[in-house]
Write a protein that binds this ligand. Structure first.
Ligand code: ADP
Ligand code: MG
Length: 247
């Protein structure tokens, strides 16, 4: 059997007295769409930041395709990509510039053809030389996805990519996610739209207060709960974990 694309072993992350992740172990396999669900403050972004090199875990190890994210940082950061929740590029740069600069930051050879092809794929061709502040909402978000892909990551993280995005754009985004997976990218996403995770994900992880409560295949999880909606299963699990009354 192939080794997992991602292996988190006993990962703990503390911020002072606050434990954002507690002894978390998780594996993600090649070609799957894994949805990480949890309430605000559960530790989803913290975990993604530890994997993508924006933060360092306090304890435990994280491996991407067998490479340690602390020891082999240069290798792992080229293997992963991140679509963050917030727009993180300068509004006074053009899509073309942003993608070219990102290639440099990721330590790959500047490749204009690659950038042109991404601009076409994400329908940004027309606006390639416009200030990004003049782009529509949909274009801005597509640029964020394109930016995360310049170095052809094997493992892509989307951290609440659909938050505050209208229905049409969300559908477009999920289609992009499916296309990326079809092209061989392994995907980990977080979202508050649980019905969408239910449709899209092969496996589901539920995290609460830094602890993984459950990791299971979508089909088996739903079957075990007699086909109840994932949202109900989610809410009940979180309430139980918090020691709240469950009707
Ligand atoms: P989620 O993404 O699931 O909403 P986060 O990972 O952002 O949750 O946050 C988990 C916990 O860690 C929260 O209590 C948050 O306030 C805390 N936290 C996150 N980043 C920092 C930081 N840089 N410094 C201090 N506390 C942080
Ligand atoms: Mg978050």
């Amino acid at each position: 059997m192939k080794p997992p694309v991602l292996r988190c072993s006993h990962v703990t992350k503390r911020y002072g007295n606050l434990t954002a992740l507690e002894d978390l172990s998780l594996e993600v396999y090649e070609g799957e769409i894994f949805a990480l669900l949890g309430p605000n403050g559960a530790g989803k972004s913290t975990l993604i930041h530890c994997i993508t090199g924006l933060a360092k875990q306090t304890e435990g190890t994280i491996e991407v395709l067998g490479f340690d994210t602390l020891r082999d940082f240069r290798t792992t950061r080229r293997l992963v990509g991140l679509v963050p929740q917030e727009i993180n590029y300068d509004p006074f740069f053009t899509p073309m510039e942003i993608l070219m600069i990102q290639m440099g930051l990721m330590g790959v050879e500047p490749d204009r053809e690659r950038v042109e092809s991404l601009l076409r794929t994400f329908a940004l061709d027309e606006k390639r030389d416009a200030y990004t502040r003049t782009l529509s909402g949909g274009m801005k978000r597509r640029l964020l996805v394109a930016k995360s892909l310049v170095h052809r990551p094997r493992l892509l993280f989307l951290d609440e990519p659909s938050a505050g995005v209208d229905v049409e754009l969300r559908r477009e985004l999920w289609q992009e996610v499916k296309d990326l997976r079809a092209a061989g990218t392994t995907i980990v996403l977080t979202t508050h739209y649980i019905e969408e995770a239910e449709q899209l994900a092969d496996r589901i992880g539920i995290i609460n207060k830094g602890e993984l409560l459950l990791v299971e295949g979508r089909d088996s999880l739903l079957e075990r709960h007699n086909g109840r909606p994932l949202e109900d299963i989610f809410v009940e699990l979180i309430r139980r974990a918090d020691g709240r009354y469950v009707t």
